[in-house]
Write a protein that binds this ligand. Structure first.
Ligand code: URA
Length: 327
């Protein structure tokens, strides 16, 4: 390894690496998969000159590496073999942050899962004052797919808001409201309960992952929210859990997440349907790619175009505001 005191990239190595072959992966991804760091941290390590491939310091996080043939070392130590992929759900309590470290020293959700044998990362974010469903995994690819804006996975919230919105206001929230970073995508919204003090609990299912999205939507329509809980993420629900509790996902839940990550309708994800003899099967055009807007509307309504026909969604009770999920 080169002298660690000299950690600026030599000019000829700072350029983009050569094109990858089918057997190669990005260097930062290989380091992250070994369970040593998140992808972002691994990228930083590479840029700091702490990583060598086959005895040569490499400065580009996207450098193509064949994990079966190339020898990667971090700080002079070979990478351990990748750990098994694991998936957990945490009922995040309010008053915790979802990033690993905080300059203000606030408590992180990572402190709550310290006892887990594997190093896991939260999938997406929740605000300091929001509680509820937070997935944690070391499967970076799945996490990436589930948080990709184009995937639009459903996230179901309960929000306690000031006063009770009129039907017209609920409709505005459903259709999309204008925020400073653009109009919100269609959402499912309904009043769940009124409180004695004249306020109410709303259930809101959104498909975007913008910062403070739900709070900003509610503020914009004049019903600020003072309590927010995420009931489910991509149909994986905290039902029956206590605040601060963490549980491993079942094999069925992991299969469901993989389906959703691949773009399957959340109402059908994790289900292998059998078509009954004598009943019509969906036409082949069910696989035709939908426009982004149409796909978003379908995900929210739980309408699949699959078995069960219009609005069927295939799952009992899927007509609710959960987007057909289990939340
Ligand atoms: N929307 C918010 O406003 N906050 C969250 O934590 C999640 C969604």
């Amino acid at each position: 390894m080169s002298d660690p005191s000299d950690r600026s990239p030599p000019p000829h190595t700072a350029a983009k690496p050569a094109a990858a072959s089918p057997d190669t992966e990005r260097l930062a991804r290989v380091i992250a998969r070994a369970g040593l760091a998140s992808r972002r941290e691994a990228e930083r390590w590479v840029q700091e000159g702490r990583v060598e491939v086959n005895g040569v310091v490499v400065w580009h996080p996207g450098h193509p590496v064949d994990p079966a043939r190339d020898h990667v070392k971090v700080d002079g130590k070979p990478l351990p073999p990748p750990p098994p992929l694991v998936y957990y759900l945490l009922y995040k309590p309010k008053g915790t942050i979802t990033s690993r470290e905080d300059p203000d020293g606030r408590k992180s959700v990572i402190d709550l899962v310290e006892g887990l044998p594997e190093r896991v990362e939260p999938v997406g974010r929740l605000d300091f004052n929001t509680e509820g469903a937070l997935l944690l995994t070391n499967d970076g690819d799945l996490a990436h797919a589930l948080t990709h804006p184009a995937r639009g996975v459903p996230k179901r919230y309960l929000a306690k808001v000031w006063r009770t919105p009129t039907e017209k206001t609920l409709e505005r929230l459903r259709r999309g409201v204008y925020l400073e970073d653009g109009r919100t995508a269609p959402a499912l919204v309904r009043v769940v309960d009124d409180t004695e003090a004249g306020n109410c609990w709303l259930e809101i299912t959104v498909t975007e992952g913008r910062n403070h999205l739900v709070r900003r939507m509610l503020e914009t329509v004049g019903h600020p929210c003072n309590k927010l809980r995420r009931e489910s993420f991509a149909t994986i629900s905290i039902r029956g859990m206590e605040r601060g509790e963490v549980r491993a996902l079942s094999a069925e839940e992991v299969a469901r997440l993989r389906d959703i990550a691949e773009g399957k309708d959340p109402a059908l994800a994790g289900h292998a349907f059998k078509y009954k003899k004598g009943f019509a099967r969906p036409k082949a055009q069910a696989n035709k790619p939908l426009s982004r807007k149409k796909a978003q509307r379908r995900r929210l309504s739980g309408r699949s175009g699959g078995p069960g026909g219009k609005g069927g969604g295939g799952r009992k009770g899927s007509g609710g505001p959960t987007g057909g999920g289990n939340g």
